[in-house]
Design a protein around this ligand. Structure first.
Ligand SMILES: NC(=O)c1ccc[n+]([C@@H]2O[C@H](COP(=O)([O-])OP(=O)(O)OC[C@H]3O[C@@H](n4cnc5c(N)ncnc54)[C@H](O)[C@@H]3O)[C@@H](O)[C@H]2O)c1
Length: 438
């Protein structure tokens, strides 16, 4: 276990940020960082940039900005790169994604045009609704992994980087459960050689990054780095890993509201969630295999918040349903409806309706920024393997084997901030507060 107040290497030099997939989330993230660097915009939604952290007693009035409390890399030291199955540079890709207004893209056009994606490791077997020409060839998956390792190494050398982070912002791959090839690193490496079909591209990217000791985050719900084999590799190379599935629109709301209902012992009979979205992510999720991966990720959150086994009268008979419908006219502007059937005193029924007109990538971009900066911090702090304190950012947080994940956003926030306090040698905040009255 990492020591309290551990020695953290300084954030010196440049930090490479390699994004797998140059779609809506990645381009909105990069364009946003470039705009913020030019002081055209504020980093809204980013805890690392705007968040504060209380230290000591409430009477001390000491709540510095998180970025002033922990040694994070500076935005101006970030260098972006990516892989995609399409050749479009980041400007063209951002235009096609249609998230940001033309005037916002024009102001960072040259920075975006400079980002040309590298050829991807891709197979239609894992994302049925996509196909593209900008794809690597190799005799087997081991060779493809070697090509990715070469890409990462060259990117580091060519840009004179000190450190790197890799984030999967690629499409959601088809549903998969862990199998024999994911049980150990040895089995996985054999599988790479034998072209094992249960090794999708996302795992090959993760393997390449971890081999080089580069921290890796998985923003999609597919299995990817959440396997014993890749955990073993992360431990061997001293590398932090996090996932899965950015917690943005509807699930973010769910993990804000459900803890409140549970805290006040209000019952839940049903939670019906439906979405329409029209971006490429929506198109990919129109395939039942990719949808199944997303569905599992979205359905998991209520159980551990409500704990129906502990509260059978309140939550033992809950019907939870999630639908996603691909509806092109809306583009990235998702609409998520929730109908929540609750009950109160004497079992009297009530309803809550939520209609969240959100912008998916606008909610995801600050998460990517925080993941990059906190993963780099974790690496410099000597943390390795699964980092549960990142659960704040994910729909399906990765945890140690046998441990259920915390989905309650407020527990997740406390866990994250207490981890930062611990790293910096500060006291944990328990919110007991009796001492104010003694
Ligand atoms: N936007 C959100 O709020 C949100 C929330 C949670 C999860 N996610 C997940 O994040 C991911 C990205 O979302 P998006 O809206 O940017 O999707 P997108 O479709 O706009 O972008 C994904 C990009 O990945 C590329 N790609 C697919 N497979 C690849 C591979 N093997 N190698 C390299 N590139 C590959 C695609 O060509 C595409 O450009 C998706 O998996 C999505 O489910 C997004």
């Amino acid at each position: 276990m990492i020591q309290k107040g551990t020695k953290i290497a300084p954030a010196e030099g440049k930090l490479g940020v390699l994004l797998v997939g140059l779609g809506a989330v990645s381009t909105t993230f990069i364009a946003g960082v470039e705009s913020i660097k030019k002081e055209r915009a504020k980093p809204i939604g980013s805890l690392t940039q705007m968040g504060t952290i209380r230290l000591g007693k409430r009477t001390e009035n000491n709540s510095p900005k998180i970025r002033d409390f922990v040694p994070l890399a500076s935005l101006k030291d970030m260098v972006f790169g990516s892989w995609d199955i399409f050749q479009d540079d980041a400007y063209q890709a951002a235009k096609k994604a249609g998230v940001l207004k033309p005037e916002d893209l024009e102001s960072v056009r040259s920075e975006l045009e400079a980002i040309q994606p590298m050829k991807a490791v891709f197979s239609k077997d894992y994302v049925k609704k996509l196909d593209g020409p900008h794809v690597k060839k190799g005799a087997n998956k081991k060779e493809l992994a070697a090509q990715l390792i070469q890409d990462i190494t060259s990117f580091k050398e060519n840009n004179n980087l000190n450190r790197l982070v890799v984030i999967w912002c690629g499409s959601t791959e088809v549903f998969q459960k862990p199998g024999p090839v994911h049980e150990s690193l040895a089995a996985f490496e054999k599988g790479l050689e034998n072209n094992d079909p249960t090794i999708p591209p996302s795992m090959i990217y993760a393997y390449a990054a971890l081999k080089l000791g580069v921290p890796f985050a998985n923003g999609a719900p597919n299995l990817c780095v959440d396997t014993k084999a890749l955990q073993e590799l992360a431990h061997r190379t001293g590398t932090p890993i996090v996932g899965k599935d950015f917690k943005t629109g509807q699930t973010l709301m769910k993990t804000i509201i459900a803890p409140g209902l549970r805290a006040r012992m209000l019952g839940l009979r049903g939670w019906f969630s439906t979405n329409i979205l029209g971006n490429r992510d929506g198109e990919v999720l129109d395939d039942p295999g990719s949808f199944k991966t997303k569905e599992e990720s979205k359905l998991g959150v209520l159980d551990t918040i409500l704990q129906p086994k502990l509260n059978p009268d309140l939550y033992g008979n809950l019907f939870h349903k999630v639908c996603i419908n691909y509806y092109p006219p809306r583009g990235d502007d998702k609409e998520g409806w929730d109908n929540i059937d609750i009950f109160g005193w004497l079992g009297y029924p009530m309803q809550i309706k939520i209609d969240f007109l959100c912008k998916d990538s606008i909610l995801a971009a600050p998460i990517v920024l925080d993941l990059v900066l906190f993963l780099d911090l974790a690496k410099r702090s000597g943390m390795k393997g699964t980092q549960e304190w990142f659960s704040f950012y994910f729909k399906s947080p990765m945890t140690a084997a046998g441990l259920y994940p915390e989905h309650n956003l407020f527990i997740q926030e406390m866990k994250l901030k207490n981890t930062l306090r611990y790293l910096m040698g500060e006291e944990q905040i328990t919110h007991l507060g009796l001492e104010y009255y003694s």
